[in-house]
Design a protein around this ligand. Structure first.
Ligand code: IVH
Length: 670
C-alpha cells in the first residue's frame, strides 16, 4: 500500500469511527470542526487521487444522479409481516397458541421491541461493503433504494466498525424512520417555505426514501434502526438477543429501548407501559413487537400465511378524537408564508390535552371545507401539533362559518400575495416582524450559534435589538446585560459563540440567508462551484442550472434572491461584521489544481468517460470546458469519430490535441 493509500485508509477509519460515535452511539468524542477537518482532508486527497476513491468511502454518501424509476429487487428471504394484538386478552391468546405448539417443558424468553412506524428495508453487504438497499415492497419484491439509503447517516457503508473480518454476505433488516424532533423541524421549515408538510413521520420517511433524486433524500433527516438479519454467511447466532448484539457490534443502530424478558406478565406490562410512554419517545411507535428469543423455537413455530407465529405486534390505539373548531388563527413563517392554525375546544387524545392543531395551508382548508364551528376529527401522528383530519358534516347546524382567505398579513397588515402555482399565501413585506423573528432564528441555526434558542431570538426582536437578521452580529454586551436572565458570564459566552460563528464555512452563510429551496445540501453544492459570495451572487440562472443537482426552480430562486437590494444590503452588513464571504479552502486549493487556467473542448467518443464525466473531471481539477474551438482553447480532448470542424479549426489554430489517457496523465502529474 502506498503512503497515500495508507493515509486514505486511516482517514476513512477515523471518520467512520467518529461518525458512529455521533450518529449511532450519540456520544461524539470530537468537535464538529475537528470532524469536518478530517472529512475535508479526505475530500481533498480523493480529489487529487480520484482513482483511489472507494464506494464505501464516507465521502460517497451523496451526489448520485437522479433515477427515472427504481428497479425491483426480489428478496432472497421474504420479508414477512406481523400478526396483531389489540389488548391484553389477545396477547395471552397468542401465548396460548404458541404454547400449544411446543413441548410442555420449553421455557420461553421474549424480546420486546418498540414497533417503529416507518418503512421496512433490507440492506445487503458483501465482504463488508454496502452493496444494496431495498424497501420491503410486497414482502417478496421491493424497490432498489440503494442510492437513497447511502445518504442515511447511520447506515454504515462499511462493516464491521472496528475493521475486523466482515461476513462474506449479510442482509440486515430494519426500519427507516424520521426522528420526531427532526420531523417537526422539517415540517415547520416546509410550511415556512411554502412547501407541503408531511401528515406524519411515517409518510415523511416513506416519501423521503422513495425519492428518485438522492440529493433530496440526503436533505431529509432519516435514520435507521435495525432489528434483524435476513441471512448471513458463517455466523452462528441462536437468538434474537444475540442478533441485536451482533448488529450493534457491526456498527448498526439498535434501539436501546429493546428488552429481553422471561416472564410474560412483564411482557404485557412493557407493552402497556410503552403505550403510555409513547409521547416521550423521539420516534413514532405504533406498537410493541414481541418476539420469541430462541431461533430453534422460532423454527418450530414457523410461519402461517405471511406472518410468523413466533412474533406478535401489540398495537397501540389510534390517536384520534373529535372536538370543536373554535377559531382559525394565522401564523407567519420565515418566508412570509401564512399558515392557518386551528384553535380547538381542548380535548384528550392518547393522554394529552390538545387545544391547537395545524391546518397546513388555506388551499387545503378550502378543499377539505373545514369551517369554524365544525365538529372535527383530530389526530396526533407523532407531531406535537396535531392535525385536523376532517369535519363531520352530519353534525353541522348551519351556524358554521367558512374561513375567508386573508387579504392582509395578520402581523404587519400589509397586503398578501398568492404566487401562481403555489399553495401558500405570502406576506411580502420584508420588514414584517413575524418574518424577521423566523429569519433570525434561521440564521442562528444555520450559523450554528449554540445557546441562542428561538425564544431568545424572539426576545431580541421584540426588544428592538434585532431589526434584521444581520443585527445578531452587532449585539453588544451592554445591550444584553439589562435583559432578565442574562448574567455577565452568559452574555460573554453568547457573544463569543456569535463571534466564532463568523468563521463558519461559507455554505452555512449561504444557507443562513434563507434563500428558498437552499438547504444544507444545496448550499454546499453551490459553494463547491462558487467559492465566494460574490461569485455566487453574480451567477446567472443558466450558470446555475449547468450544475448537477440544481434545477430551474433553485436557480431562479437564487438569482431572484441576489437581485433584491434588501438582500444585497443584508449580505453587505454580514460582510462588514466579519462573517466569512469566501471559502478559503477552495480558493487555496485552486491555486494548486493541475488544470487551473486551462480551457478544453471535447470532441468524439472517449474510451471510458462520458462527455459529462469528462467535463466534471476537468472542472474538478480547475479546468474549464467550452463548446467550440477558439483562440482561447488550450486543448482539444479528442476521442473516437471526432467532429470534423472542431479538429480542422484546432489544427488551423495550432491547438494541442490530447487523448483521455493524456488528460489523466496531466492530472496525475499535477
Ligand atoms: S419484525 C417477523 N421488528 O412492522 C418479522 N418489525 O408489521 C417482521 N416494524 O414490516 C418484522 N419495528 O416495518 C419487526 N422491531 C421491529 C419492528 C418491525 C417496526 C415494522 C416492519 C414490518 C412491520 C410488520
Amino acid at each position: 500500500m502506498s503512503e497515500i493509500e495508507e493515509r486514505l485508509a486511516k482517514l476513512r477509519a477515523q471518520i467512520r469511527y467518529h461518525s458512529h460515535r455521533y450518529h449511532v452511539l450519540d456520544s461524539p468524542e470530537v468537535s464538529d470542526a475537528e470532524f469536518d477537518a478530517l472529512v475535508r482532508e479526505l475530500r481533498e486527497l480523493e480529489a487529487e487521487y480520484p482513482l483511489l476513491v472507494t464506494p464505501d468511502s464516507p465521502t460517497q454518501r451523496v451526489g448520485a444522479e437522479p433515477l427515472d424509476t427504481f428497479s425491483k429487487v426480489t428478496h432472497v428471504v421474504p420479508m414477512t409481516s406481523l400478526g396483531n394484538a389489540f389488548d391484553e386478552g389477545e396477547m395471552y391468546a397468542w401465548l396460548a397458541r404458541v404454547k400449544r405448539l411446543l413441548p410442555e417443558d420449553v421455557s420461553l424468553e421474549y424480546v420486546v421491541e418498540p414497533k417503529i412506524d416507518g418503512l421496512a428495508v433490507a440492506v445487503t453487504y458483501e465482504n463488508g461493503t454496502f452493496v444494496r438497499g431495498a424497501t420491503r415492497g410486497n414482502g417478496l419484491v421491493g424497490e432498489d433504494v440503494s442510492l437513497n439509503l447511502r445518504t442515511v447517516k447511520n447506515v454504515p457503508l462499511r462493516i464491521p466498525l472496528g475493521g475486523g473480518p466482515p461476513p462474506a454476505r449479510i442482509e440486515v433488516r430494519g426500519e427507516i424512520y424520521m426522528p420526531l424532533d427532526r420531523f417537526r423541524d422539517f415540517n415547520r421549515r416546509q410550511l415556512e417555505s411554502g412547501g407541503r408538510a408531511f401528515a406524519n413521520p411515517r409518510n415523511a420517511a416513506a416519501g423521503s426514501l422513495r425519492q428518485l433524486d438522492p440529493r433530496i433524500t440526503a436533505e431529509r433527516p432519516l435514520s435507521l434502526f435495525v432489528y434483524g438479519i435476513g441471512y448471513v454467511d458463517g455466523q452462528r447466532i441462536e437468538t434474537q438477543w444475540e442478533t441485536l448484539d451482533y448488529l450493534r457490534e457491526l456498527g448498526f443502530s439498535v434501539n436501546s429501548d429493546i428488552r429481553l424478558l422471561s416472564d410474560f406478565e412483564e411482557v404485557v406490562a412493557y407493552c402497556q407501559e410503552w403505550m403510555l410512554k409513547r409521547d416521550t419517545l423521539n420516534y413514532e411507535a405504533d406498537g410493541v413487537v414481541v418476539k420469541i428469543n430462541s431461533f430453534e423455537t422460532q423454527e418450530r413455530l414457523g410461519i402461517v400465511g405471511n406472518a410468523p407465529r413466533w412474533a406478535i405486534a401489540y398495537k397501540f390505539p389510534a390517536r384520534e378524537a373529535t372536538t370543536r373548531l373554535l377559531d382559525v388563527k394565522v401564523n407567519v413563517g420565515r418566508t412570509g408564508a401564512l399558515v392557518p392554525s386551528a384553535v380547538l375546544e381542548p380535548v384528550q387524545v392518547g393522554g394529552v390535552t390538545i387545544g391547537r392543531a395545524t391546518l397546513h395551508n388555506f388551499e387545503d382548508l378550502a378543499r377539505r371545507d373545514i369551517r369554524v364551528g365544525d365538529t372535527v376529527v383530530i389526530k396526533r401522528a407523532g407531531d406535537v401539533i396535531p392535525q385536523v383530519v376532517k369535519p363531520i358534516e352530519s353534525l353541522r347546524t348551519g351556524e358554521e362559518r367558512v374561513v375567508p382567505l386573508p387579504e392582509v398579513c395578520p402581523v404587519c397588515s400589509e397586503p398578501v400575495v398568492k404566487p401562481e402555482g403555489e399553495v401558500a399565501i405570502y406576506c411580502v413585506n420584508a420588514a414584517c416582524p413575524a418574518q424577521l423573528v423566523q429569519r433570525a432564528i434561521h440564521l442562528v441555526g444555520s450559523m450554528d450559534i449554540d445557546g441562542m434558542g428561538p425564544k431568545i431570538v424572539e426576545r431580541f426582536v421584540e426588544g428592538g435589538l434585532v431589526h434584521d437578521p444581520a443585527d445578531i452580529y452587532y449585539l453588544k454586551a451592554d445591550q444584553l446585560l439589562p435583559l432578565e436572565g442574562f448574567a455577565e458570564k452568559s452574555v460573554s459566552n453568547l457573544l463569543k459563540t456569535i463571534e466564532s460563528s463568523k468563521q463558519a464555512p461559507l455554505w452555512r452563510v449561504v444557507m443562513a440567508l434563507g434563500i428558498r429551496y437552499v438547504g444544507a445540501v444545496v448550499a454546499r453544492l453551490l459553494v463547491e462551484h462558487y467559492p465566494s459570495m460574490d461569485a455566487l451572487g453574480s451567477a446567472t440562472e443558466d450558470d446555475l442550472q449547468d450544475l448537477e443537482g440544481i434545477g430551474p426552480r433553485i436557480a431562479q430562486s437564487v438569482v431572484d434572491y441576489f437581485s433584491r437590494v434588501s438582500h444585497q444590503k443584508l449580505i453587505e452588513k454580514l460582510r462588514q461584521a466579519g462573517v466569512r464571504m469566501v471559502e478559503e479552502r477552495v480558493e487555496k486549493a485552486e491555486e494548486t489544481l493541475p488544470l487551473r487556467g486551462l480551457t478544453f473542448v471535447i470532441t468524439g467518443t472517449l474510451p471510458t468517460l462520458s462527455r459529462e464525466a469528462a467535463k466534471e473531471l476537468i472542472e474538478e481539477h480547475g479546468g474549464k470546458v467550452t463548446g467550440s474551438v477558439s483562440s482561447r482553447t488550450d486543448y482539444l480532448l479528442i476521442g473516437e469519430s471526432p467532429g470534423g470542424s472542431k479538429t480542422r479549426k484546432a489544427q488551423a489554430l495550432d491547438i494541442s490535441q490530447i487523448s483521455e489517457d493524456e488528460l489523466r496523465a496531466m492530472i496525475a502529474a499535477g
